[in-house]
Design a protein around this ligand. Structure first.
Ligand code: SF4
Ligand code: FES
Length: 255
């Protein structure tokens, strides 16, 4: 395949970025999208040019580091896959492909296609955990969990923190990510003790990071490579309403 790539280049956080056009040839339909970018970078290096910076780690849909806007869609045109799982057979010979970084105030560009997503880490630090004495591993059956709750907790736990939901949302809201984390821990007995404080702290941090509010558009769930459903945002809102009930003892700040 021969392709024309229009790629966002930006030297650093402060620099003014812009689109650059590159041609790549001899691309196999069986290559992953990131392998296609590797081919581009080998060519750039051979000609003495700066390679295009992009993030990746596992390259198998697990770590969540590889997000790119491909032709305006977070993780590209194929549903339920990350950019590293997207293959060039999803494109045609002669195509022009536009490749941009995630766009959100809370995800500033570090260089080219790499963005700083540490704002999501700070949401987790604000409340996405349970406080337990770890000790030795408990017996697997020591804490019974009903099957339907265990299934829903697992459906939420598959969120890989890639940030595609934020990038796809016109409000740059991280509500789907937050909903997944709140649902994951809220469905399990171990998550109950800190449930009210968790949602208050995480929502406060979400707003402080500059993420927008949810207006029920649903682009987040359409872009999510792990198919986190929209009703996990409803769970987030239910937990928040419960936490601010009359008489509740609120602890928005950590001790
Ligand atoms: S909810 Fe989906 S799109 Fe958002 S961070 Fe988690 S896996 Fe990525
Ligand atoms: S590189 Fe890990 S999910 Fe894509």
């Amino acid at each position: 395949m021969k392709l024309t790539l229009k790629i966002w280049r930006q030297a650093d956080r402060a620099a003014k970025g812009g689109m650059r056009t590159y041609e790549v040839d001899d691309i196999s339909p069986d290559m992953s999208f990131l392998e296609m970018l590797d081919v581009l970078n080998e060519g750039l290096l051979a000609s003495g040019e700066e390679p295009v910076a992009f993030d990746s780690d596992c390259r198998e849909g697990i770590c969540g580091t590889c997000g790119l806007m491909v032709n305006g869609q977070a993780h590209g045109p194929k549903a339920a896959v990350t950019t590293c799982q997207l293959h060039m057979r999803s494109f045609k010979d002669g195509d022009t492909i536009t490749i941009e970084p995630w766009r959100a105030e809370a995800f500033p560009v570090i260089k080219d296609l790499c963005v700083d997503r540490s704002s999501l880490d700070r949401l987790i630090q604000a409340g996405g955990y349970i406080t337990v004495n770890t000790g030795s591993a408990p017996d697997a059956h020591a804490t019974p969990v009903p099957k339907d709750q265990a299934d829903r907790a697992f459906d939420a736990a598959v969120c890989i923190g890639c940030g595609a939901c934020v990038a796809a949302c016109p409000n740059a809201s991280a509500s789907l990510f937050l909903g997944a984390k709140i649902t994951h821990l809220g469905e399990l007995p171990q998550g109950q003790a800190e449930r009210d404080n968790r949602v208050l702290r995480m929502v406060a941090q979400h707003d402080a990071e500059g993420f927008g509010g949810c207006t029920n558009i649903g682009e987040c769930t359409a872009a999510c490579p792990k198919e986190i459903p929209l009703d996990m945002i409803s769970q987030l809102n239910r937990d928040l309403r419960h936490a601010v009930r009359p008489g509740a003892v609120l602890k928005v700040k950590s001790e």
